[in-house]
Structures are given as C-alpha cells and as structure tokens.
Unconditional design. Sequence first.
Length: 282
Amino acid sequence: MIIDAHHHLWDLSARPQDWLETPHLRPIFRDFSPSDYAATSAEAGIDRSVLVQVLADAQETREFLALAARSDTIGAVVGWADLTRPDLPGELDALRASPGGEFLRSIRHLVQAEPDPDWLRRKDVRRGLRHVGAAGLTYDLLVAPHQLSAAIETVRALPGVNFVLDHLGKPPISAGRSQLWAALLTRLAAEPNVTAKLSGIITEADWNTWDAAVLGPYVDVALEAFGPRRLMFGSDWPVCLLAGTLPVWTETVKTLLKGAGLPAAEQAEIFSGTATRVYRIT
C-alpha cells in the first residue's frame, strides 16, 4: 500500500493562484483536477492520499473537505485557519462541522512566505498552535531552512502539539549547502512530537539534472534523524512536475530506500504506516 501524504489541487477559474504568475512556474500554471491526480496516482500505484491546502483561504479548506467526502482516494485533508484569530477554536469547530469535516486532520500555514523570521515565535501564533493541538489536530510545518531554528524552539515549547515537517525543511540541494540544514534537521528530529515528509525535494534540486545519487545523501540524513516510523512519503504533486512526474518520484524513493538497505517492513512504514498513524487514515 502507498499513501501519498502530500498533494494539491487547484482550479484557476474558481480561485486565482497569484503565486504561479512567475515565468519559472509557467509549466504548472493551469488547472489540476481530481481526475488529473487520479490518473497519475494510479500509474504510480498510490492507494490513498492526503490533500493539502494551497492558499490562506478557509473556503478552499471547506471545498477540500467536501471533496474528500466524495472521494474514494482522499483519506485526510490538511487545511488552513488563521492561527492568530482570537476565535480560532470556534473556527476549527466550524470547519469540522462542515461537509466532510471529519477528514480534517491538520492545519498548515505558508510560514516559508512570512517575511518575519520570528513568526513561529510570536505569542499569538503559539497560542493558536495550542488551540490546534487541543482540537486533536496536527500542525504541518512549511518552513525554509532559515526558519528551522524557530521551528525547533516552537516544537520544543509545545510538547502537547504534534507537528509534521513538510518537504524535509526544503534542503538547499541545488546550492550544495547541506551541513547547516542537516544539523538543524537532526535537532528538530530529537523532539518526539514531530514527524517529517519525504516530499518536495526534487524541486529543491536542479530541475533538469537531479537523480537518485544527488538526492541520496539528503534522504540518508532524514532516515538517520527520524527513522522509518517518523517519515512518510509524499509527492508534492503537481508542484513536483517542475522537475519530474509522480510515478518517477515514487520509483526514485523506492530506489533510495532499497539502496539504504531498509527492509520491506521499514519501507512500508514510510510508504503508508507513518501517514496512517499521523493523519488517522482508515
């Protein structure tokens, strides 16, 4: 069984995606529908998936939840809510009461886009994270390498909240500067309330020249830091299409895990076990 713990969908006619309006993102500046994902995920052998928010828009989250309720594949939704709003508990309750609300498993914000490097250290943000944890939800951390220190402090300060690090904290693969990232990732992994997604790293490498050999050292660091039971496979589709297809990425991960000498049972943890536990996928 394979669970894709991280993919997106968007319809440009329903909701503009301003972030795509840059020349290097033109290849994915189009609609990506559930049927598009179904076709490529079937080719990759994926059985279930986790649909992840794209925009800071609660209505998008409601639409994703309703979609999950109609889907045979989507097993969980990572939605968005404003962590800083005083009535966050009520907003979380409203999301869970909406159609498909039972699929809400985690909240995420695009912290990587915040200009304030101390955003995660803010009192109102941490208060919101406590509310997320109190609601029985996980929080997905989308951070850039320079924000990992704040993420470490936040995870450590909130032991009652479960966190998931998206895309391994976006290692600077194309720049070849991995030493600081590796040290910070290892420190983050020392906190028991955080797991991580083996996702989104082909777009951190050179889009045209990456291969398994280039990615291997970064995957090895993650395996050493988190272990198979705290890592989960994700595609970051359709963003991954900038550098490779979902089937290609899936086969690459299989190659890397086999090359690392992981037995079948530990590979199964990464491909389905961890996501099943963290996102409570049935």
